[in-house]
Design a binder for this molecule. Structure first.
Ligand SMILES: [Zn+2]
Length: 233
């Protein structure tokens, strides 16, 4: 292995390690992020409170209708029971019954509205409940997959660390220092391929004679423009 190819191998391992660590961070963030579930729980709680309130309104409307009907029944009983004989009083009772019936219509309308609203609130609550249940189911599957991926990544990192250790054995100290220095300054890629006679990082043309030196592999040769180490592949 030439000095450049040893470094190139080291760089490949470093990239794989970097990507694996980044993915682990991403996975941990997804595993910790429960904003969507919290939001769905809030929606369900709100819709349950609304449903409870609507039930109370519905019960009151039902009660009003029932007691109005009882009042009408009572009035009619008195009216047709033969107990009231005075025509004036009879007329008054008749008017009273009619007035009670008119109000009953209004109360029945209100009850109907309350029933419709109750149905809507029930449906809203059921929809919120289903959405939360579904999201939790999806989360269980997603988390199971992510935890598996996490385990795989940790095993991969262990393997890559061992490979890196082995790769470092064939890199001289001086080359490793240069490699780390360029990586720090130029963001990751310290050693790049020469492709179609040019540096694949910055595009600078590499002279034929230089390309031959790169291929011979005895020295590290750097791009005249970007300063990265060049590798023939
Ligand atoms: Zn370059």
């Amino acid at each position: 292995m030439s000095r450049a190819s040893s470094l190139y191998r080291l760089q490949q391992l470093d990239f794989e390690l970097m990507n694996s660590h980044e993915r682990i961070k991403e996975i941990q963030q997804i595993l910790e992020d429960d904003k969507a579930i919290v939001r769905l729980r809030e929606i369900l709680e709100t819709s349950e409170i609304q449903l409870k309130d609507t039930r109370t309104i519905h019960s009151a409307a039902r009660h009003d209708v029932d007691s109005q009907r009882a009042k009408i029944e009572q009035t009619e009983k008195t009216l047709y029971g033969g107990l009231v004989r005075n025509p004036k009083e009879l007329q008054e009772r008749q008017q009273e019954a009619e007035s009670l019936k008119r109000y009953l219509v209004a109360l029945e309308d209100r009850l109907l509205e309350a029933m419709i609203h109750l149905d809507e609130m029930q449906e809203q609550r059921d929809t919120a409940d289903e959405a939360l249940t579904r999201a939790l189911e999806i989360q269980v599957h997603q988390h199971r997959d992510l935890k598996q991926e996490l385990e795989d990544l940790l095993a991969k990192i262990e393997r890559l660390d061992a490979e890196r250790e082995a790769a470092l054995a064939s890199v001289v100290q001086e080359d490793q220092e240069l490699y780390e220095d360029i990586r720090k300054r130029l963001g990751g890629r310290a050693i790049v391929l020469v492709q179609e006679g040019s540096c694949s990082a910055c595009g600078m043309v590499v002279a034929h004679s230089v390309q031959q030196s790169i291929r011979s592999g005895s020295d590290l040769i750097r791009c005249g423009q970007c300063g990265r180490i060049l590798y023939a592949g």
